[in-house]
Design a protein around this ligand. Sequence first.
Ligand code: DGJ
Length: 711
Amino acid sequence: MKNTITLALCLFVSSLFGQDITITTPRTALIYKVGKNKRLYQSYFGLRKANGQYSDQRSEAFATGGMDFEFEPAIRAVHHDGNPSLELKYQQNKQFVLPDSTKRTDIYLFDEVYHTQVILHFLSYPGSDVLKTWTTISNPTQQDLLLTHFASAMLHFKSTNYWLTQFHGDWANEMQLQEHRLTSGIKTIDSKLIARADKYQAPHFFISVGEQAATEDKGEVMLGSLAYSGNFKLNFEIDNRNTLHGTFGINNYASSYTLHAQDSLVTPDFIFVYSGEGKGQASRALHHWARKYQVMDGQQPRLTLLNNWEATGMKFNEEKLAQLMKQASELGVDLFLLDDGWFGDKYPRDQDNSSLGDWVVDKKKLPNGISYLVKTAKKNKIKFGIWLEPEMISPKSQLFETHPDWVLQLPNRATHLQRNQLVLDLANPQVQDYLFSVVDDLFKENPNIAYIKWDCNRTVTNGYSPYLKDQQALMAISYVRGLYQVLQRLRAKYPNVPFMLCSGGGGRVDYEALKYFTEFWPSDNTDGLKRVYIQWGYSYFFPANTIAAHVTSWGKQSLKFRTDVAMSGKLGYDIDIAHFSNDEKTFSRNAVQNYKRLATLIEQGDLYRLLSPYEGNQAALMYVNEQKDKALLFVYYLDKQQAKQSNHLLLKGLDSHKNYEIREINRWLAEPTAWQSFSGTHLLSQGFALDKDQIGQLSSKVFEIRLAKTK
Ligand code: DGJ
């Protein structure tokens, strides 16, 4: 979690005992005030004002349970004598500038009677509207303290109406958008799945503040995302005075936390952006920040790849893989990724009912081992990557036979399998060591492995940690800590290998995991039409260089449609190209070349969502580079018969003072069209006319935009 040593390196700026604590970004202000009663109040949260005049509408900053706050508290503690209350009083605040120029504000609160200490931490970033906050709760006494509530963040909003935009889903249907007005009372979005934080419900959301929900470009809205890979809880509660209180953090369900004498709990980070210009601006701010400060190698180029899962499942041999590698090379991608099914000695992994845990090569399938595959890839001038599911164990495995006590499993109850597998007890340090050694040994034996896909195909149900014995309340939190511990060790030793975060599709996608992973697998559903919606959902929170998008044989749309959809994320393939016609091969090779030529624009550019697939019969989005001299436009025609369709697309993000040229690329067996010239003003205000005759259901178009050449 947080490294206290970094503080020592910081430049100390001030230690004020003042009354106002102001945290600002270029467009936002978050102001705290200390009341006469010495408690801390959030006085203002919203847009920054040039005149510095802010309304003062107070709500207790980190409201406690058991005293006078009548709603869901941010924190509730039960002391050794049974007193179930906290009264937090302001002590001091400190502001630091860290070596990377981020600014940290720590606000110290203290219970004068029971001595519990709470520090609210905030990080702001130069030029960015993103704020990160987390909380440290310390027990300096000699007795245990029981925490039943321990949020990362509490924020208050004052408006007439509030709208929640939430994202839900399931396997093959991730990140589906729902938006509704919040009514009085509490709305909770949570997860109790322990190992997966993005299945069913996502820890990412928007709160719009105003008469209407914010649109892409209009309205005040806060984007929030909890950086945590396990059980989470997001509470949105409208009180009797129509104030909205939000508490965001680890789910306290079955997880009351005992803070032992002299111990501290550091909560996960909550990341948020307040925008006065709709969701688009909030997303762009978050993407920028994520690439620069949070995502592993967020500003580095990504590898295009060919994965074998959809092509072969677990049925392959060396010859088949060699064929696929040759195809990958001919296609022009950078890497071949070997998926599930390569391992198991006593129990070869031919189906999903065995072998997880036995990470030794299946010699029957691959007699010459992984090193031979790495060499074959090299001969084909591509890199080699491999799939692992290290947190899991099959009951039919040698690992299970040796270590039945390493499994999360309830005593005296029937075993509950999902996909025929169980979850390892990551609370156990021995299991953590084992997990580390699985990956470490693989790299030691094959130092040229250039990519890892880290899967996680089930949730924890019927969970019980044999290691934690009578401390089961710690299981959910310890699991996630164990996972991070392993990932930290791996990243310390292997800092440069790209890792894909996968969880039976997008079952685990969050910003804490993305500190260790370069990208994620959004969904096993690669049907081009479904992906328009799924990738749209993720695009609100994650930049394109993290969203792996592969062309597969799912979906009835044309290869062009599926390719154009995949090209708006991080392009890959998961399909047997041997079945492609020559035309399909030519088209795909050309698409890969186009992607590589335009990868920086897609992966690092600013995203503008133009037309939502939820609102009409088209989806359209653009990437624009920082200089606003290059852009790429994707348009997808969907399958709704009656819905409105526009032939005039208002572009966004371009410079109205510049002139541009546009051509269509990625055309089916055709050269790009000739460049057409437009002024920036025209494209932004009149729009760009799409050729009506060429538009059909489930068709798509990609347009390249560049600055017009001056004559
Ligand atoms: C689920 C993943 O989402 C798929 O891409 C594939 O890796 C399978 N697991 C393999 O078991």
